[in-house]
Design a protein around this ligand. Structure first.
Ligand code: SAM
Length: 320
């Protein structure tokens, strides 16, 4: 990550939104936190610390790393479509879709949240522009990481994001929950709990729509899995992308959608954040972390509580 000093900032040719212009040059601490890895630069500003500092202690990555003890299966079959999959009757990936339509509209927006989305994958005949590979495309919206007074770092968009648009994937190290070092505080763990959502057990908000899950190719839906806690997580503590800076909101403008593409194991699904509504420019991006109150235990074994500072009128006052 390249940090910059104020002398350099003056020479940079950035388009700076008028709304942010006042302190922009003084508070810019990094020109691109992704170091060129994303399709669009992600700037970092800090109007809070004196002197302003950039986020530290993690390495930016754009696809999940897989921990040594995790085996990700590969998908053996794919569709034979050419270009973009348009016909649900002839695309063989459509067998995973309940209903008569692909999950995305022609302009690449998710029509409605689903239990899980099965997209076309790398082994499919269709190309990278396929309309059923929406979550696999590069970052489209200009995002800024900025420092807040009560929530640490946060992320806002500089662009209008339409409802249903894919925003960013939660990226980190794909690991087993039981292999995490619980003696270290880690605020960046995302449990992959699609099965809880699908089965309506303390899940994040209930998903509508659906996918024909009981196929042989999608991982077993045994009772064993249904009652178990999530087995796998994405740990963005040391490795991650800009999504690791997105805060919790009690009235969020993003929602979590599990997606499968290069394998069909629901327990290892990819975690995508989609726009839950039309999001105007310069708005902070948030999603509901979905914690149950008193469900988080600290390294000392005691139940932890965290106050919520999302600022929503409907704020529940605690994250957990
Ligand atoms: C995944 S990180 C989000 C980025 C984080 N703010 C940072 O500075 O890196 C999650 C942590 O951010 C903070 N956080 C997120 N949402 C919050 C909220 N609504 N109110 C207070 N703190 C929040 C909490 O410390 C939480 O454990």
């Amino acid at each position: 990550m390249e940090a910059i000093n104020s002398g350099e900032i003056e020479t940079q040719q950035y388009f700076v939104p008028i709304k942010l212009k006042r302190n922009y040059f003084l508070s810019l601490v990094c020109k691109d936190i992704s170091d060129g890895q994303e399709a669009i630069n992600i700037i970092v500003t800090n109007e809070f610390d004196d002197p302003p500092v950039a986020p530290a202690g993690f390495t930016y990555i754009t696809s999940n790393q897989v921990a040594k003890h995790v085996k990700v299966p590969s998908r053996t079959s794919g569709c034979h479509c050419q270009g973009s999959c348009r016909n649900i009757k002839t695309c063989s990936c459509a067998k995973y879709i309940k209903g008569s339509k692909f999950p995305y509209s022609n302009n690449g927006r998710l029509i409605e949240p689903r239990d899980i989305i099965v997209e076309c994958g790398p082994q499919c005949g269709c190309g990278p522009t396929c309309g059923n590979k929406i979550s696999q495309k590069t970052l489209k919206y200009r995002l800024e990481v900025y420092r807040t007074t009560k929530k640490g770092w946060a992320v806002r968009t500089w662009d209008f994001i339409p409802s249903g648009a894919p925003v960013i994937e939660y990226i980190g190290v794909l690991d087993r929950d039981d292999m995490l070092d619980n003696s270290i505080e880690n605020d960046y763990i995302f449990d992959i709990d699609c099965l809880h959502t699908i089965n309506e057990i303390d899940g994040r908000e209930r998903r509508l729509g659906g996918v024909s899950l009981p196929t042989k190719e999608i991982s077993k839906q045994s009772d064993e899995y249904i009652i178990k806690d999530p087995e796998f997580c994405i740990d963005a503590g040391s490795f991650g992308n800009v999504s690791r800076f997105i805060n919790h909101g009690c009235t969020p403008n993003l929602f979590v959608q599990c997606v499968l593409s290069n394998h069909l194991d629901v327990k290892l699904a990819r975690v995508m954040l989609f726009a839950a509504e039309d999001i105007p420019p310069y708005q902070e991006l948030t999603y509901d972390y979905g914690y149950r109150l008193d469900s988080v235990v600290g390294p000392d074994g005691n139940i932890k509580q965290m106050q919520c500072h999302c600022g929503s009128e409907e704020c529940r006052k605690r994250l957990y």
